[in-house]
Design a protein around this ligand. Structure first.
Ligand code: ATP
Ligand code: MG
Length: 279
Protein backbone atom coordinates (compact mmCIF):
# COMPACT_ATOMS: atom_id res chain seq x y z
CA UNK A 1 0.00 0.00 0.00
CA UNK A 2 1.44 3.42 -0.90
CA UNK A 3 1.88 6.18 1.66
CA UNK A 4 -1.05 8.31 0.42
CA UNK A 5 -3.54 5.45 0.54
CA UNK A 6 -2.35 4.39 3.97
CA UNK A 7 -2.83 7.94 5.24
CA UNK A 8 -6.32 8.14 3.73
CA UNK A 9 -7.28 4.81 5.24
CA UNK A 10 -6.30 6.13 8.64
CA UNK A 11 -8.04 9.49 8.48
CA UNK A 12 -11.33 8.77 6.71
CA UNK A 13 -14.43 7.42 8.38
CA UNK A 14 -14.58 3.71 7.69
CA UNK A 15 -17.53 2.45 5.66
CA UNK A 16 -20.48 0.73 7.24
CA UNK A 17 -20.13 -2.93 6.32
CA UNK A 18 -23.19 -5.14 6.10
CA UNK A 19 -23.45 -8.84 5.26
CA UNK A 20 -26.68 -9.90 3.53
CA UNK A 21 -27.13 -13.53 4.53
CA UNK A 22 -29.70 -16.30 4.86
CA UNK A 23 -29.88 -19.89 5.96
CA UNK A 24 -32.00 -21.09 3.07
CA UNK A 25 -30.97 -20.27 -0.50
CA UNK A 26 -33.10 -18.40 -2.99
CA UNK A 27 -34.88 -16.19 -0.45
CA UNK A 28 -33.90 -12.94 -2.19
CA UNK A 29 -30.52 -11.94 -0.70
CA UNK A 30 -29.06 -10.73 -3.98
CA UNK A 31 -32.15 -8.78 -4.99
CA UNK A 32 -32.42 -7.14 -1.57
CA UNK A 33 -28.70 -6.36 -1.45
CA UNK A 34 -28.56 -4.90 -4.97
CA UNK A 35 -31.65 -2.75 -4.56
CA UNK A 36 -30.56 -1.55 -1.12
CA UNK A 37 -27.31 -0.47 -2.77
CA UNK A 38 -29.21 1.37 -5.51
CA UNK A 39 -31.38 3.09 -2.90
CA UNK A 40 -28.34 4.15 -0.88
CA UNK A 41 -26.71 5.61 -4.00
CA UNK A 42 -29.85 7.65 -4.61
CA UNK A 43 -29.51 8.99 -1.07
CA UNK A 44 -26.08 10.27 -2.06
CA UNK A 45 -24.07 7.44 -0.48
CA UNK A 46 -21.03 5.82 -2.05
CA UNK A 47 -21.64 2.09 -2.17
CA UNK A 48 -19.63 -1.00 -3.01
CA UNK A 49 -21.19 -4.44 -3.37
CA UNK A 50 -18.85 -7.34 -2.80
CA UNK A 51 -20.38 -10.37 -4.46
CA UNK A 52 -19.42 -13.26 -2.25
CA UNK A 53 -21.81 -15.73 -3.76
CA UNK A 54 -18.65 -17.33 -5.02
CA UNK A 55 -19.32 -19.69 -7.89
CA UNK A 56 -22.56 -17.89 -8.83
CA UNK A 57 -21.72 -14.16 -8.93
CA UNK A 58 -25.28 -13.06 -9.65
CA UNK A 59 -24.95 -9.38 -8.85
CA UNK A 60 -23.57 -8.56 -12.27
CA UNK A 61 -26.43 -10.45 -13.95
CA UNK A 62 -29.08 -8.48 -12.04
CA UNK A 63 -27.36 -5.23 -13.01
CA UNK A 64 -26.55 -6.32 -16.57
CA UNK A 65 -22.89 -5.59 -16.00
CA UNK A 66 -20.10 -7.22 -17.93
CA UNK A 67 -17.59 -9.23 -15.99
CA UNK A 68 -14.30 -7.72 -14.97
CA UNK A 69 -11.35 -9.04 -13.01
CA UNK A 70 -12.63 -10.89 -9.98
CA UNK A 71 -11.70 -10.63 -6.36
CA UNK A 72 -10.22 -14.11 -6.65
CA UNK A 73 -7.91 -12.96 -9.46
CA UNK A 74 -6.84 -10.01 -7.33
CA UNK A 75 -6.22 -12.05 -4.24
CA UNK A 76 -4.32 -14.73 -6.17
CA UNK A 77 -2.09 -12.19 -7.92
CA UNK A 78 -1.95 -9.82 -4.91
CA UNK A 79 -3.35 -7.04 -7.10
CA UNK A 80 -4.97 -4.21 -5.11
CA UNK A 81 -8.70 -4.81 -4.90
CA UNK A 82 -9.39 -1.21 -5.84
CA UNK A 83 -7.99 -1.98 -9.31
CA UNK A 84 -10.54 -4.77 -9.78
CA UNK A 85 -13.61 -2.81 -8.75
CA UNK A 86 -16.14 -2.27 -11.53
CA UNK A 87 -17.15 1.36 -11.25
CA UNK A 88 -20.54 3.03 -11.50
CA UNK A 89 -22.94 0.24 -12.49
CA UNK A 90 -26.23 2.09 -11.93
CA UNK A 91 -24.08 4.25 -9.65
CA UNK A 92 -22.89 1.27 -7.62
CA UNK A 93 -19.37 -0.15 -7.59
CA UNK A 94 -19.04 -3.93 -7.70
CA UNK A 95 -16.32 -6.31 -6.73
CA UNK A 96 -16.99 -9.75 -8.19
CA UNK A 97 -16.35 -12.87 -6.20
CA UNK A 98 -15.57 -14.89 -9.29
CA UNK A 99 -17.01 -18.12 -10.62
CA UNK A 100 -15.58 -21.54 -11.18
CA UNK A 101 -12.80 -20.90 -8.68
CA UNK A 102 -13.79 -23.63 -6.32
CA UNK A 103 -10.23 -24.13 -5.19
CA UNK A 104 -10.28 -20.65 -3.68
CA UNK A 105 -13.62 -20.86 -1.95
CA UNK A 106 -11.67 -21.61 1.19
CA UNK A 107 -9.32 -18.65 1.50
CA UNK A 108 -5.95 -19.37 3.04
CA UNK A 109 -5.00 -17.32 6.07
CA UNK A 110 -2.62 -15.23 3.93
CA UNK A 111 -5.35 -14.67 1.30
CA UNK A 112 -7.76 -13.53 3.97
CA UNK A 113 -5.21 -11.18 5.53
CA UNK A 114 -4.47 -9.62 2.15
CA UNK A 115 -8.16 -9.29 1.36
CA UNK A 116 -9.07 -7.73 4.70
CA UNK A 117 -6.16 -5.30 4.50
CA UNK A 118 -7.20 -4.32 0.99
CA UNK A 119 -10.82 -3.82 2.03
CA UNK A 120 -9.64 -1.43 4.69
CA UNK A 121 -8.26 0.90 2.04
CA UNK A 122 -11.60 1.13 0.24
CA UNK A 123 -12.48 4.02 2.50
CA UNK A 124 -13.99 6.03 -0.30
CA UNK A 125 -17.24 4.16 0.37
CA UNK A 126 -19.95 4.95 2.87
CA UNK A 127 -21.31 1.41 2.65
CA UNK A 128 -19.79 -1.91 1.69
CA UNK A 129 -22.50 -4.56 1.22
CA UNK A 130 -21.54 -8.22 1.07
CA UNK A 131 -23.88 -10.49 -0.86
CA UNK A 132 -23.25 -13.83 0.82
CA UNK A 133 -23.90 -17.19 -0.75
CA UNK A 134 -26.45 -19.49 0.86
CA UNK A 135 -25.33 -21.52 3.85
CA UNK A 136 -22.39 -21.09 6.19
CA UNK A 137 -18.79 -21.98 5.47
CA UNK A 138 -15.81 -21.13 7.64
CA UNK A 139 -14.89 -18.45 5.11
CA UNK A 140 -18.30 -16.85 4.99
CA UNK A 141 -18.46 -16.78 8.78
CA UNK A 142 -15.12 -14.98 8.80
CA UNK A 143 -16.44 -12.35 6.43
CA UNK A 144 -19.54 -11.88 8.50
CA UNK A 145 -17.51 -11.54 11.67
CA UNK A 146 -15.66 -8.62 10.10
CA UNK A 147 -18.88 -6.72 9.32
CA UNK A 148 -20.63 -4.06 11.36
CA UNK A 149 -23.97 -5.82 11.03
CA UNK A 150 -25.59 -8.84 9.44
CA UNK A 151 -28.91 -8.50 7.67
CA UNK A 152 -30.65 -11.83 7.76
CA UNK A 153 -33.09 -12.28 4.90
CA UNK A 154 -36.07 -14.44 5.79
CA UNK A 155 -39.22 -15.41 3.97
CA UNK A 156 -42.33 -16.32 5.97
CA UNK A 157 -41.96 -20.02 5.10
CA UNK A 158 -41.16 -22.25 8.11
CA UNK A 159 -38.14 -23.72 6.29
CA UNK A 160 -36.64 -20.26 5.82
CA UNK A 161 -37.20 -19.45 9.50
CA UNK A 162 -35.69 -22.71 10.73
CA UNK A 163 -32.67 -22.43 8.44
CA UNK A 164 -32.35 -18.74 9.32
CA UNK A 165 -32.28 -19.57 13.00
CA UNK A 166 -29.75 -22.37 12.49
CA UNK A 167 -27.57 -19.94 10.52
CA UNK A 168 -27.88 -17.27 13.21
CA UNK A 169 -26.82 -19.81 15.83
CA UNK A 170 -23.64 -20.52 13.88
CA UNK A 171 -22.88 -16.82 13.41
CA UNK A 172 -23.66 -16.12 17.05
CA UNK A 173 -21.24 -18.81 18.18
CA UNK A 174 -18.47 -17.10 16.19
CA UNK A 175 -19.50 -13.44 16.71
CA UNK A 176 -21.80 -13.08 19.75
CA UNK A 177 -21.72 -9.28 19.68
CA UNK A 178 -22.51 -8.83 15.99
CA UNK A 179 -25.68 -6.74 15.56
CA UNK A 180 -28.35 -8.60 13.63
CA UNK A 181 -31.12 -7.04 11.57
CA UNK A 182 -33.91 -8.96 9.87
CA UNK A 183 -35.60 -8.20 6.55
CA UNK A 184 -38.62 -10.35 5.77
CA UNK A 185 -38.87 -10.81 2.01
CA UNK A 186 -41.80 -12.07 -0.07
CA UNK A 187 -44.35 -11.33 2.66
CA UNK A 188 -48.05 -11.31 1.79
CA UNK A 189 -48.71 -8.58 4.37
CA UNK A 190 -47.07 -6.50 7.08
CA UNK A 191 -48.77 -8.68 9.66
CA UNK A 192 -47.29 -11.84 8.21
CA UNK A 193 -43.84 -10.24 8.12
CA UNK A 194 -44.07 -9.13 11.73
CA UNK A 195 -45.19 -12.57 12.86
CA UNK A 196 -42.22 -14.08 11.06
CA UNK A 197 -39.84 -11.60 12.70
CA UNK A 198 -41.35 -12.18 16.14
CA UNK A 199 -40.86 -15.94 15.88
CA UNK A 200 -37.21 -15.34 15.10
CA UNK A 201 -36.92 -12.76 17.86
CA UNK A 202 -38.39 -15.08 20.50
CA UNK A 203 -36.03 -17.91 19.48
CA UNK A 204 -32.98 -15.61 19.52
CA UNK A 205 -33.86 -14.10 22.90
CA UNK A 206 -34.80 -17.38 24.50
CA UNK A 207 -32.01 -19.62 23.27
CA UNK A 208 -29.19 -17.24 22.35
CA UNK A 209 -29.97 -14.31 24.68
CA UNK A 210 -29.57 -12.13 21.62
CA UNK A 211 -31.62 -9.08 20.64
CA UNK A 212 -32.31 -8.56 16.98
CA UNK A 213 -33.87 -5.63 15.13
CA UNK A 214 -36.62 -5.55 12.54
CA UNK A 215 -35.50 -3.56 9.50
CA UNK A 216 -38.75 -3.99 7.59
CA UNK A 217 -40.27 -6.20 4.97
CA UNK A 218 -40.65 -6.48 1.23
CA UNK A 219 -43.81 -7.88 -0.33
CA UNK A 220 -43.97 -10.72 -2.79
CA UNK A 221 -44.21 -8.58 -5.91
CA UNK A 222 -44.26 -9.44 -9.62
CA UNK A 223 -42.06 -6.36 -10.19
CA UNK A 224 -39.08 -8.43 -9.00
CA UNK A 225 -39.50 -11.05 -11.72
CA UNK A 226 -39.91 -8.35 -14.36
CA UNK A 227 -36.82 -6.58 -13.07
CA UNK A 228 -34.74 -9.77 -13.01
CA UNK A 229 -35.72 -10.53 -16.60
CA UNK A 230 -35.04 -6.94 -17.73
CA UNK A 231 -31.74 -6.98 -15.75
CA UNK A 232 -32.68 -3.67 -14.15
CA UNK A 233 -32.97 -3.20 -10.37
CA UNK A 234 -36.65 -3.15 -9.33
CA UNK A 235 -36.05 0.15 -7.56
CA UNK A 236 -35.28 1.68 -10.95
CA UNK A 237 -37.78 -0.31 -13.00
CA UNK A 238 -40.85 0.74 -11.03
CA UNK A 239 -40.47 3.29 -8.30
CA UNK A 240 -44.19 3.33 -7.72
CA UNK A 241 -44.42 -0.39 -6.97
CA UNK A 242 -45.23 -1.54 -3.47
CA UNK A 243 -41.85 -3.22 -3.18
CA UNK A 244 -39.97 0.02 -3.98
CA UNK A 245 -42.05 1.89 -1.42
CA UNK A 246 -41.24 -0.75 1.21
CA UNK A 247 -37.58 -0.63 0.30
CA UNK A 248 -37.62 3.11 0.94
CA UNK A 249 -38.90 2.42 4.44
CA UNK A 250 -36.01 0.01 5.02
CA UNK A 251 -33.56 2.60 3.71
CA UNK A 252 -34.97 5.13 6.14
CA UNK A 253 -34.47 2.73 9.03
CA UNK A 254 -30.99 1.96 7.77
CA UNK A 255 -29.78 5.52 7.27
CA UNK A 256 -32.02 7.45 9.60
CA UNK A 257 -32.82 9.72 6.67
CA UNK A 258 -36.52 10.41 6.12
CA UNK A 259 -37.69 9.36 2.64
CA UNK A 260 -38.33 12.01 0.05
CA UNK A 261 -42.03 12.83 0.23
CA UNK A 262 -43.83 10.92 -2.46
CA UNK A 263 -45.89 12.83 -4.93
CA UNK A 264 -49.55 12.92 -3.96
CA UNK A 265 -50.57 11.04 -7.11
CA UNK A 266 -48.04 8.29 -6.43
CA UNK A 267 -49.40 7.89 -2.92
CA UNK A 268 -52.94 7.80 -4.18
CA UNK A 269 -52.09 5.22 -6.83
CA UNK A 270 -50.32 3.11 -4.21
CA UNK A 271 -53.34 3.24 -1.91
CA UNK A 272 -55.72 2.37 -4.70
CA UNK A 273 -53.55 -0.54 -5.76
CA UNK A 274 -53.50 -1.88 -2.22
CA UNK A 275 -57.25 -1.44 -1.95
CA UNK A 276 -57.69 -3.26 -5.25
CA UNK A 277 -55.48 -6.12 -4.08
CA UNK A 278 -57.70 -6.61 -1.03
CA UNK A 279 -60.89 -6.96 -3.06
N1 ATP B 1 -39.95 -9.89 -3.13
C1 ATP B 1 -40.00 -10.76 -4.14
N2 ATP B 1 -41.11 -10.91 -4.87
C2 ATP B 1 -41.17 -11.82 -5.88
N3 ATP B 1 -40.15 -12.60 -6.24
C3 ATP B 1 -38.99 -12.49 -5.56
C4 ATP B 1 -38.85 -11.57 -4.47
N4 ATP B 1 -37.59 -11.69 -4.00
C5 ATP B 1 -36.99 -12.64 -4.73
N5 ATP B 1 -37.82 -13.13 -5.67
C6 ATP B 1 -37.53 -14.20 -6.68
O1 ATP B 1 -36.64 -15.12 -6.09
C7 ATP B 1 -35.53 -15.35 -6.97
C8 ATP B 1 -34.28 -15.55 -6.13
O2 ATP B 1 -33.86 -14.31 -5.60
P1 ATP B 1 -32.34 -14.03 -5.28
O3 ATP B 1 -31.47 -14.51 -6.39
O4 ATP B 1 -32.21 -12.61 -4.88
O5 ATP B 1 -32.16 -15.00 -4.02
P2 ATP B 1 -30.81 -15.35 -3.25
O6 ATP B 1 -31.18 -15.52 -1.81
O7 ATP B 1 -29.76 -14.38 -3.56
O8 ATP B 1 -30.46 -16.77 -3.89
P3 ATP B 1 -29.08 -17.60 -3.67
O9 ATP B 1 -29.20 -18.24 -2.32
O10 ATP B 1 -29.11 -18.59 -4.79
O11 ATP B 1 -27.95 -16.62 -3.75
C9 ATP B 1 -35.48 -14.13 -7.87
O12 ATP B 1 -35.00 -14.45 -9.14
C10 ATP B 1 -36.90 -13.67 -7.93
O13 ATP B 1 -37.53 -14.26 -9.04
MG1 MG C 1 -27.79 -14.67 -4.36
Amino acid sequence: MDQARRLRAKTETPPTTIAFASGKGGVGKTNVCVNTAIGLVELGKRVLIVDLDIGMANVHILLNASRSRTMMDSVKARIPLAASVQKGVHGVDILHGGSGLDELVQFSHADMQFFMRELEVLTEYDYVLFDMGAGATDTSLQFIEGCDEMFLILTPEPTSLMDGYAYTKLVHRQSPDLPLGVIVNRAQSGEEALQCFERMEVACEQFLKKSIRFLGYLPDDATVRRAVIAQVPFYHLDRKSDISWRLERILTTLTGTPPKPRHFMDRLMGNLKRQWNRV
